[in-house]
Write a protein that binds this ligand. Structure first.
Ligand code: 5GP
Ligand code: ZN
Length: 117
């Protein structure tokens, strides 16, 4: 396990249960336990990266490509291609970020307001 104290590393290891949506060699997608939208899936790299503010463009590029590729697959499986969706990385206190393992929120299934609250 990359970080034994990290909640999402524990989900990756299977020591904390999750509802899988899709997976690949590089990334894992599972349902948010407290969904904010009809479709709310979290896509995480299997390698521990803390958040979007700590990304190393060179060292992390393969993992990030894996996250976005799996997110595309999730979008299709959730039936969101045509109606649209939102992809969100929260970073830091103002955003409400709570789990320090990079995760892309895939949100959809109803009309969303803009700007966010
Ligand atoms: P953040 O606010 O850090 O961007 O998003 C963290 C997300 O993880 C929240 O939407 C929260 O509901 C979700 N979450 C927190 N703990 C768990 C968990 O144990 N399992 C799952 N499936 N989602 C979780
Ligand atoms: Zn982690």
């Amino acid at each position: 396990m990359d970080d034994p104290d990290c909640l999402f590393c524990k989900i990756l290891a299977g020591t904390i249960p999750s509802t899988i949506v899709a997976e690949s060699e590089l990334a894992y997608a599972f349902r948010d336990v407290n969904p904010a939208m009809p479709s709310h899936v979290l896509v995480i790299p299997r390698r521990h990266i803390t958040d979007a503010g700590t990304i190393d463009a060179a060292a992390d590029s393969t993992d990030l490509a894996g996250v976005f590729a799996l997110a595309r697959q999730v979008v299709t499986e959730e039936g969101l291609d045509e109606r649209g969706y939102r992809l969100v990385f929260n970073v830091g206190r103002d955003s409400g970020n709570t789990v320090p393992h990079l995760h892309l929120h895939v949100l959809g299934g109803r009309t969303m307001g803009w700007p966010p609250g």
